[in-house]
Ligand binder design. Structure first.
Ligand SMILES: Cc1cc2nc3c(=O)[nH]c(=O)nc-3n(C[C@H](O)[C@H](O)[C@H](O)COP(=O)(O)O)c2cc1C
Length: 351
């Protein structure tokens, strides 16, 4: 076993002794501290990522999606860095892009703790966070202050949602307000209508609810250089409904898809969403079903727990992949491991 893997096993044994949310906060602090004092060097030692500068990125994994260069096809999924705390450190951790958020227009505290759990044996994570975050104005300011320091092909997407206390009928206003704050900062915007942890949110996946939200967000980000607009759906949206949503969204001018969010379920009587291995097959199936009905770019996320699965997703037509649970269990070298596997050219991807 490599020294890097042995050190990770050791660190993981320590981190996993803490409650999952506490371990998350410790990890975020460790990353921030390492970046601040090591300038990315310490993180690159941990991840195996090549050196990056603001001008150049490792050429190996680069690809073009939405007419933009991406440093690699591997990104960090929404929910890990909700408030853009560690964005400048992520290139040194081997990511080619990151999706921050979900960001809501106003700050909110989320559900009561405990609200995050891991299951090492089953390689799953269960969360019922409920869009805790600092709100769009603060996060946008943060992102603005670091944008210039990022490598040119490192992309930042912003995932937006609605506040808990906003009635579902007024959801479009919230999505538009959150997106507007990132109009000139985000490389892409994601409308998240698929979190199971905000009451009624998933009902917004119905075509008649989705249409006004898409229209409002498109209007809010209209400008000289409007970022591409993506929709993130739940894994429970089945093939036929998926095709209906895709056909409608095509007419509305949606630019791409993030498939999928967590699988709704229960744990010890509390409802929330499952991530990780439990999602692998379902998320892969949704990718295949989506690829059969659209040529638009797809970001595949859900249960990518090893490099084989990441490669499989790209071969099935994913333009980009994201990881969350796989990183938690696989450790700091996981993004680089995957990136090195999926050096697949655009021309080889179905679409
Ligand atoms: C703790 C936690 C928080 C999450 N928060 C969000 C979120 O705020 N917005 C969102 O769109 N997805 C969120 N997700 C879902 C992930 O982005 C991803 O879709 C899901 O975890 C499946 O990927 P995985 O199996 O690699 O973890 C969250 C996931 C976890 C585990």
């Amino acid at each position: 076993m490599s020294l890097r893997r042995s050190l990770w096993r050791l660190l993981r044994a320590v981190l996993f002794r803490f409650d999952a949310e506490r371990a998350h906060r410790i990890t975020v602090s460790l990353i921030r501290w390492s970046y601040r004092f090591g300038g990315g060097h310490l993180l690159r030692i941990a991840s195996g990522a090549p050196a990056v500068s603001s001008q150049s990125v490792a050429p190996s994994g680069e690809c073009e999606v939405f007419g933009m260069r991406f440093a690699s096809r591997v990104g960090l999924a929404a929910g890990f860095d909700k408030d853009a705390e560690i964005v400048p450190a992520l290139p040194s951790l081997g990511f080619g892009f990151a999706e921050i958020g979900t960001v809501t227009p106003r700050p909110q505290s989320g559900n009561d703790r405990p609200r995050l759990f891991r299951d090492l044996e089953r390689q799953c994570v269960f969360n019922r966070m409920g869009f805790n975050g600092l709100g769009a104005a603060v996060v946008a300011k943060r992102l603005e202050s670091v944008r210039d320091r990022l490598p040119s092909a490192f992309r930042v997407g912003v995932n937006v949602g609605k506040n808990k206390d906003t009635p579902l009928e007024e959801a479009a206003r919230d999505y538009a307000a959150a997106a507007a704050a990132f109009k000139s900062l985000a490389d892409y915007i994601v409308i998240n209508v698929s979190s199971p942890n905000t009451a009624g949110l998933r009902s917004l996946q119905a075509i008649e609810s989705l249409h006004p939200i898409v229209d409002a967000v498109k209007e809010a980000i209209r400008g000289a250089k409007s970022p591409p607009l993506l929709l993130k759906l739940a894994p429970e949206v089945e093939s036929e409904e998926l095709a209906r949503i895709f056909a409608a969204a095509d007419r509305w001018g949606v630019d791409g898809w993030v498939l999928t969010n967590t699988l709704a379920g229960n744990r010890e009587g509390l409802s929330g969403g499952w991530s990780g291995k439990v999602l692998t097959e379902l998320s892969r199936t949704r990718l295949e079903q989506a690829r059969a009905v659209t040529r638009l770019p797809i970001i595949s996320v859900g249960g990518i727990m090893d490099a084989d699965e990441a490669e499989r997703r790209v071969r099935l037509g994913a333009n980009l992949v994201q990881i969350y649970s796989g990183w938690i269990f696989g450790g700091p070298s996981f993004p680089v491991e995957i990136s090195n596997r999926i050096l697949i050219k655009n021309t080889e991807i179905k679409g």
